[in-house]
Write a protein that binds this ligand. Sequence first.
Ligand SMILES: Nc1ncnc2c1ncn2[C@@H]1O[C@H](COP(=O)(O)OP(=O)(O)OP(=O)(O)O)[C@@H](O)[C@H]1O
Ligand SMILES: [Mg+2]
Length: 331
Amino acid sequence: MLFSQDIGIDLGTSNTLIYAKGKGITVREPSVVAMDVRETPSKVVAVGTEAKNMIGRTPGSITAESPLKNGVIADYEMTADMLRALIKKAQGISPFNRARVMLSIPSGVTEVERRAVHDAARNAGARYVSLIEVPMAAAIGAALPIGEPVGSMIADLGAGTCEVAVISLGDIVASNSIRIGGDDMDEAIISYIRRRHNLLIGARTAEDIKIKIGSAYPYDGEAAINIKGRNLTDGLPKNVEITSAQVREAIADCVNQIVDMICDTLEKTPPELAADILDRGITLSGGTALLRGIDKLISHAAKMPVKVCSEPLDCVAIGTGRCLEKNILGL
Ligand SMILES: Nc1ncnc2c1ncn2[C@@H]1O[C@H](COP(=O)(O)OP(=O)(O)OP(=O)(O)O)[C@@H](O)[C@H]1O
Ligand SMILES: [Mg+2]
């Protein structure tokens, strides 16, 4: 039986999305919690967008950060607090009308990490908690024919993790994951600019640069932008110009690790299924799938067609929700 409170949650390193049964995605917030550390235990001041806006601008007594690192829970209490607030937001007035929750978790996590996600959701007021692996949720969200006896390959490229899976007859046949993602690209841009230009920039500026001119493959209309930061020699503000080619060089190591992960998985895939993937192509989801040219680079390396699904940032959440609505996988 389906309860009206059924919700699907994509608990990501950078974004948390909630899909309410029959309504679609109703919550889309950054995975950030702001805490007042003067109180014991620390008190939640804000979650989501409001908390993200506090990053780098908080007085000493308030911290604002993501409770997840590389797709897994780094701070259990903060994760439960964030889930409680977001479930409440999804459901309106009563936070404790005991939702049935379908939560996505990265594949390849330990039993302890699985347990932590399960318990955090229970602690946040969920009545029943089912877990689904991210690549399976992404494949359902992208409407791949996972139940059929054909191989489908999905790669979910996120902020803290990238995962790839080959699915056939409702099961994962081959998979791989790495605990790096878009956040690590931002870090790589920060250290490149520090090394090359002796300039210090923040994580938000780095992400901005990546989204505006970053790419995995040369593209038409490459640009250069002026960025402001702090000169590490004299501590004064300074401007430098950064080009698309420089950003590509900065993030090359992260990008190559993603490509290698996909190619290694193809090598481990049974030949019939690999032939299906060659026909149907590889599907990409997750925010990092929006990096310009990453589809083209993967396609060159794997010698296969590659396409980005229609809503890469929402795909996993849509998958968790569809799973509840259609009772796919018999959950
Ligand atoms: N247009 C874009 N170009 C490049 N990167 C992008 C773009 N839009 C978003 N991103 C990156 O996508 C990432 C967020 O994606 P997503 O919401 O799928 O991650 P997540 O689910 O929170 O993380 P994870 O699945 O690793 O736990 C961020 O690193 C962000 O910088
Ligand atoms: Mg994700």
